[in-house]
Every structure is written in structure tokens, then in C-alpha cells.
Design a protein around this ligand. Sequence first.
Ligand SMILES: Cc1cc2nc3c(=O)[nH]c(=O)nc-3n(C[C@H](O)[C@H](O)[C@H](O)COP(=O)(O)O)c2cc1C
Length: 142
Amino acid sequence: MSTRVLEVPDAPRTLPEDLDLLVLAAPTHNRRLPSAVSRAQAAKRGAPTPPSTGIREWLDAATIPPAARLAAADTVTGRSWLSGSAAKDAAKRLHRVHGRVDVACHSFLVSSFQGPLADGEQAAVRAWGRTLVQGLPGQDAR
Ligand SMILES: Cc1cc2nc3c(=O)[nH]c(=O)nc-3n(C[C@H](O)[C@H](O)[C@H](O)COP(=O)(O)O)c2cc1C
């Protein structure tokens, strides 16, 4: 299947009408999607220079084709409710701003504040990806 991976600053505001699946992915910051403030906090902690904008801002202005399936993923440092979830925040915004309720959400664990993914999570990402493409036009799960 043809895919594109884009950083938010390079993502178009209006997505192609024939888009089958949109997957949004972000680290969880302060229990939600990253903001300008949390990106600056991350930079202070030594993270690579963050993009000037993120999914939170992009969602406010984007046009998403109604037929596109939606998914949201995040990374978290823990599995408790205290960790929050950028993916669930994205799903709430997709509901509030775009009227969408059908968002598949998943959180993946990082082994420390700066990553990388914890043991077994890379395989979990692949397995989740397979479930997302199942049933898309012209696709079978491999
Ligand atoms: C400002 C800031 C706030 C964070 N808040 C949370 C949080 O609420 N819950 C959580 O699980 N992880 C939190 N983290 C950890 C990030 O989720 C973690 O650094 C990130 O998932 C690692 O992925 P990345 O290397 O792609 O940024 C926070 C990190 C930063 C820098």
C-alpha cells in the first residue's frame, strides 16, 4: 500500500479525498498532546529541536476526508491513568473539532523519558499496524 510519513510542519491542511487511513502519532506531554509550552520543556530537557507546531494545532485547521479511517498513537512512560494519553487527547479533538467518534487509539511504552520504545513495543506497533490496515480497500493482513 502506498504510505507517506510526514512531520506536522510538512503535512497539508487539506488531506487527499481518497485517503484510506490517517494515523496521528505523538509523545504524551503533560497527559495530553504536546503544546508549544511542553515542546519548549522537552527542548530544555535536551530533546532534539522540536517542530514549531504539532498535531494539536494541525487538528484545529485541518480538513479530513470523511471516508478516511482514523487512528491515533502515542508514547507514554507509564501505563497508569496518571500517564495520560496524547492519542486519547487527539481522539477527543477529532470528536470536538471534526465530529469523528471512530478513532482507534493505542499507547506504546518508552523505557525512559527520552525513549527508546520499551522491550516488545516495536512488535506491538507492527501488530497494531496490521490491525489498522485489515479491511482497507484492496488490503489483506500480512
Ligand atoms: C514536557 C514533558 C511532559 C511529559 N509528560 C508526560 C506525561 O504526562 N505522561 C507520560 O507518560 N509521559 C510524559 N512525558 C514523557 C514523554 O512521553 C516521552 O518523553 C516521550 O514519549 C518520548 O518520545 P519522544 O522521544 O518521541 O519524545 C513527558 C515528557 C516531556 C518532555
